[in-house]
Design a binder for this molecule. Sequence first.
Ligand SMILES: Cc1cc2nc3c(=O)[nH]c(=O)nc-3n(C[C@H](O)[C@H](O)[C@H](O)COP(=O)(O)OP(=O)(O)OC[C@H]3O[C@@H](n4cnc5c(N)ncnc54)[C@H](O)[C@@H]3O)c2cc1C
Length: 381
Amino acid sequence: MKLVSGKTVAVIGAGLAGLSAAITLQDAGCDVEVFESSDRVGGRVATDVIDGYQLDRGFQLINARYPELVRLGIVSELDFIVASRTIDISLGTSQVSLGDPRRHPFSALNPATGSILTKVRFLSYLTSHAKAGMSVEEELIKYGNLYARVLKPFLSGVFLTSPANVDAVSGKEIIRSFISGKPGLPAHGVGELAKALAKRVNTIHLNSRIDAIDQVDADSVIVATDVTTAAQLLDIPNVPKLASSTTWYHEIPEGVTSSKNLLIDGQTRGPVINSIAISNMVPSYAPSGRTLLSSTTIDFSSESEVRRHLAIMWGVSSSDWALIAKYEIPKSLPIFGVGAQGAQSSQFAEGVFIAGDYRTAPSQNGALLSGRLAAQELLLN
Ligand SMILES: Cc1cc2nc3c(=O)[nH]c(=O)nc-3n(C[C@H](O)[C@H](O)[C@H](O)COP(=O)(O)OP(=O)(O)OC[C@H]3O[C@@H](n4cnc5c(N)ncnc54)[C@H](O)[C@@H]3O)c2cc1C
């Protein structure tokens, strides 16, 4: 079936990569049509509204300083609420804070999260080149408790896999952007980013799944699907491993916490890698008077294991918490394993280009960048 006729560029997939490609092509004067298999734009960046709760399909934050977002000038359209850059670490039966020295000038001095000397040495890690052929963990393990209690659990939530599985060079780029970033969320959920991008695209066909490249009739095609679908469409033999994750949403009684900070477990006493009272940070995530907790796991775990671990981390009983929703995302992020290199050319074949976070970096910025690069290469042809 021919879905398009005439001289166009067809973009397959309306995730961030596809939307970014479409915007770049349109700005250069091309006729662009985007084909999206699902009934909405955004791919992995989406928000559901259920019973007055805003539920992002997987907990994620937007870094307002991502170069691609700055380039697009889009954050001002998002009603963006800046997140705290302080992290709370659950240790024993208490919590210690580490983070923004402007707000917590003494938090860095707390020896429970590593000595002050270790923290100063860590600053030199951030400014130095990563060593090729090593994992993030191999580079960071020398920082002792700072690594074991803070960086490892925090970074597991960033990469959605152990830092032992992640290449030191590409991993450091992501770590740097988190440390120097301005994380936050739109008041109406992370999906607002995709919606704002989509508003800039003239033609998006929803519910339009493409099963073969020749289904679209266009001068050029950009395949901006997830990596598994791209491999099927283009017959690519080797695809990167994918990290899976589950985000659990609980309604918790008011007063359990007033913290807006991300909480991690410094002692890895269960499957939860991070937890945040997301409606304390962005009140519109829950109906008035309710508190919504968002917690992430990366290994298979039952709700009772998650609930038991959350009780330890938050230091309260979790038996009366209501499970609002659970999002299992088997293909959350591509894993850039040791030795992985960002792909060079976006061109796959004559008139066929590829984009997606798996080509650049496992992040919103990586996806947007890959889309722009594919479009720019197409324009040069
Ligand atoms: C749980 C989780 C947490 C994350 N946390 C962060 C974070 O804090 N910060 C950050 O920067 N990034 C984060 N990310 C990563 C970020 O969301 C992704 O890197 C980015 O959204 C990937 O965009 P993409 O366009 O490459 O792919 P996708 O979002 O997967 O888009 C691909 C699109 O193609 C469509 N499609 C697939 N097959 C077809 C077909 N046959 N025909 C037509 N359309 C098709 C899909 O429906 C989808 O819309 C997180 C991701 C997850 C899942």
